[in-house]
Design a binder for this molecule. Structure first.
Ligand code: ATP
Length: 359
């Protein structure tokens, strides 16, 4: 007998994070009865504004609640004018990633029928890929550890065998699951092995892991060539796996291929916890105007339900995920709404309403 109720720690954060989180909670309330499931959603404080208000960007009680919940739903955090002494932004999501060991940053993107593509090629409609970003080491290991020595500053990249192997295995498994659903079953590891020792080591570990997945086609590519190819022929890729910093940059690039940050969901997954958030930030330029596109967040909510379905064996949650995806897809293809980045006029509430009505 499956469980019927689940606990969700909700961290809306700052800027449009709060607006798209409210949209996600509305959609979750609409889909829950359909699944016959209850979600105990509790909102917890964290973020740059909370830091200004309280001096603490990530209260211990919030982190504890994240640890205890079945899943974490996260808006976005950080404000450009709120910075630490070294000039970097207050970004508690990075602390959560490290604290809960959320090593795989999963960023799927695909084209949506009914919305115009930024790419001219008709093959843009075939775009359907997932970037897996290593999220606990790489160049981000340097965060908080950088040193300024006179007139030189140093940030160190850390690549470990265990850290690389587990994220490569994650990407290879994901390609296997996608292959079972009719996708190509192909993983491209993205590195800079021609220049950096750490990246040559990454490539070696990837190739070792790939040998354990003979059913999956694999290749390694340099990050600069990938920046080109992801614009020229993104439809040629299935699953990508890469180091933390390269993943940070390429995930914004691939979001641009399908219309921008408002269309790009993401998940931060570890062996014990999962956090689901849109790939975008707090977008201070549009915050407070009701015009943020909630699609990325709604698709992240669907990813959350899918992840919970696999962990709990509760297939109703997977049905809920499909229902949300179909409602989002249906709203666009029927022309009911069009986000502003696509030349439309639909705001956050319009898109949320269109999706909940379809549910
Ligand atoms: P971070 O560094 O926290 O990832 P960022 O500085 O890269 O954030 P975003 O907040 O992601 O920036 O915003 C980048 C651009 O995309 C901005 O112009 C913003 O208005 C736009 N944008 C981001 N999210 C959305 C959204 N949901 N709907 C519409 N536009 C968005």
């Amino acid at each position: 007998m499956s469980r019927t109720s689940y606990s969700i720690a909700v961290l809306p954060g700052d800027g449009i994070g709060r607006e798209v989180t409210a949209a996600a909670l509305e959609v979750l309330s609409a889909v829950a009865p359909r699944m016959g499931r209850r979600f105990d959603t509790v909102i917890y404080p964290a973020g740059a504004q909370h830091y200004l208000d309280s001096g603490d960007a990530l209260p211990a009680a919030t982190l504890e609640a994240c640890r205890a919940a079945d899943a974490i739903l996260f808006g976005a955090m950080g404000l450009p004018h709120v910075r630490g002494r070294d000039g970097t932004e207050i970004i508690p999501q990075l602390d959560i990633r490290f604290a809960l060991d959320l090593y795989a940053g999963v960023r799927p993107i695909r084209s949506f029928p009914g919305l115009p593509s930024p790419l001219a090629s008709p093959r843009a409609s075939e775009i359907d890929l997932v970037l897996v970003r290593e999220s606990t080491e790489g160049l981000f290991y340097a965060r908080g550890r950088g040193v300024v020595d006179g007139d030189a500053a140093y940030d160190t990249m850390k690549i470990t065998r265990a850290g690389t192997a587990r994220v490569c295995d994650f990407a290879l498994q994901l390609a296997r699951q996608r292959k079972a659903r009719g996708k190509r079953g192909h993983v491209t590891s993205v590195d800079k092995a021609n220049v950096f020792t750490s990246m040559a080591f990454w490539r070696q570990v990837f190739e070792e892991r790939a040998r354990k997945f003979p059913d999956i086609a694999t290749e390694s590519a340099y990050v600069d060539a990938m920046a080109l190819n992801l614009v020229m022929k993104p439809w040629a890729y299935d699953v990508l796996v890469t180091e933390n910093m390269f993943g940070d940059i390429l995930s914004d690039l691939i979001a641009g291929l399908v219309g921008g940050m408002g269309m790009a969901p993401s998940a931060d997954i570890g062996d014990h916890h999962g956090l689901f958030q849109p790939a975008h930030g707090t977008a201070p330029d549009i915050a407070g105007q009701g015009i943020a596109n909630p699609t990325a967040m709604l698709l992240s909510l669907a990813m959350m339900l899918d992840w919970m379905a696999v962990r709990s064996g509760d297939t109703a949650l997977g049905d809920g995920a499909r229902a949300i995806e179909n409602a989002v897809q249906g709203s666009f293809s029927a022309g009911a709404v069009r986000p502003r980045e696509f030349g439309g006029t639909s705001g956050t509430a319009d898109i949320t309403r269109a999706v909940t009505e379809r549910l």
